[in-house]
Design a protein around this ligand. Structure first.
Ligand SMILES: Nc1ncnc2c1ncn2[C@@H]1O[C@H](COP(=O)(O)O)[C@@H](OP(=O)(O)O)[C@H]1O
Ligand SMILES: [Mg+2]
Ligand SMILES: [Mg+2]
Ligand SMILES: [Mg+2]
Length: 354
């Protein structure tokens, strides 16, 4: 299958949602709520989820969606609900043909709430299921840092299409990551990139604001001949991955540069285009399980760009186990040529801890 239509819809849906998130990014009040697990969610997360699911359902009515957010709190909080509806109503692609492809505007506020709740699929190993993270890196989004709008299509448990919209990464693939790539990104000059991949067809990037195939460029991971010069990325949030384990691994590998700390799947996109080299995510707790929407698009984009992605034990990420990566622990993403070496050092450091 070429998945051409799926890729087109996914890219345009992510683009449209990013118009909404960018509006919210520049507002002081982001309508933040605290979820049951005490993590934040904003009007941007809800609005983006609504717009993307509406576009999927308009094109592929029988597909299921595993979306991070749900609308129960909005059905009670009418003030927040109205704010989100104002945003959603006012967001469309400027290209009317592209907007038509997405099915046009959502019909009503109740249709918007239903769209958000249609992200309730249990996931699994059968059929066509989309994994959606409307804002990945919500903490980065609130801080003025990196975040990503993430969408992937899985067919029978395998990721076939992956799209990442990164409004705060440079458009230019050749700009290497630096220590401040993950912090204060409130200046928009030259920013906004869309990464996209279809299984077996390679990975690309293009400006997040352009419509169509014109400015699309193939991306590739960088080949790393000297690990001392490699750039490794990790979460900015110390609670999301173990900075101490990652620093022990990096120093054993001979990496000399300090890590680039940034939020969201912008890390996957950055290494896929060679702006960085390695992404490490070692668990901070024995019980936490990664969510499929935090990895599905990034996993495919990195693999299609010549990388390999496994967990800390060397197993491929298994997206067929429901809403979480039930059978995986942590993430190790690196160019295929050095992945097994990186993994052996990860295992060594993790063994030594026992
Ligand atoms: N204890 C934990 N370990 C690993 N990931 C966690 C975590 N708690 C939350 N997360 C996830 O980390 C994601 C952000 O990743 P990163 O640290 O790379 O920016 C969050 O996505 P959201 O921001 O979409 O909620 C959330 O799903
Ligand atoms: Mg979240
Ligand atoms: Mg996320
Ligand atoms: Mg999220």
């Amino acid at each position: 299958m070429s998945y051409q239509k799926e890729q087109e819809v996914a890219e345009l849906a992510v683009q449209r949602a990013a118009i909404l998130t960018k509006k919210v990014f520049h507002e002081k009040a982001k309508g933040t709520l605290s979820k049951n697990d005490s993590s934040p969610v904003t009007i941007g997360d809800f609005g983006a989820q609504a717009l993307i699911i509406a576009a999927i359902k308009s094109n592929f009515p029988n597909d299921e969606v595993v979306g991070e957010e749900e609308a129960s709190s909005l059905r009670e909080d009418t003030n927040l609900r109205d704010q989100i509806w104002e945003l959603v109503k006012g967001t469309s692609l400027s290209d009317s043909k592209a907007e038509d492809i997405l099915g046009g505007p959502i019909a009503s506020m109740y249709a918007m709430l239903d769209a958000i709740d249609a992200g309730n699929s249990a996931g699994g190993a059968k059929g066509r299921i989309w994994a959606l993270d409307p804002i990945d890196g919500t903490k980065g989004f609130l801080r003025g840092g990196q975040y990503a709008v993430c969408l992937a299509l899985m067919v029978d448990g395998d990721v076939k299409v992956g799209v990442l919209g990164c409004p705060n990464l440079p458009v230019d693939d050749s700009v290497a990551l630096t220590a401040d790539s993950g912090v204060d990104q409130t200046d928009e000059e030259g920013k906004g990139v869309l990464f996209s991949a279809v299984f077996g067809q390679g990975a690309t990037s293009r400006p997040l604001t352009s419509v169509g195939m014109g400015e699309r460029k193939a991306i590739q991971m960088k080949s790393v001949s000297d690990l001392s010069q490699a750039t490794f990325c990790e979460s900015l949030e110390a609670g999301h991955s173990s900075h101490s384990d990652q620093s022990a691994i990096a120093s054993k590998l001979g990496v000399t540069k300090p890590s680039v700390r940034m939020d969201s799947q912008a890390k996957y996109g950055s290494i896929a285009r060679g702006a960085g080299d390695i992404y490490l995510r070692l668990p901070t707790s024995a019980t936490y399980r990664e969510k499929i929407w935090d990895h599905a698009a990034g996993d495919l984009i990195v693999r299609e760009a010549g990388g390999e992605v496994t967990d800390s034990l060397g197993r491929r990420l298994d997206f067929s186990k429901g809403r979480i990566l039930a059978e995986n622990k942590g993430v190790v993403a690196a160019p295929a040529a050095i992945h097994s070496h990186v993994l052996s050092v990860v295992k060594e450091v993790m063994e030594a801890k026992k």
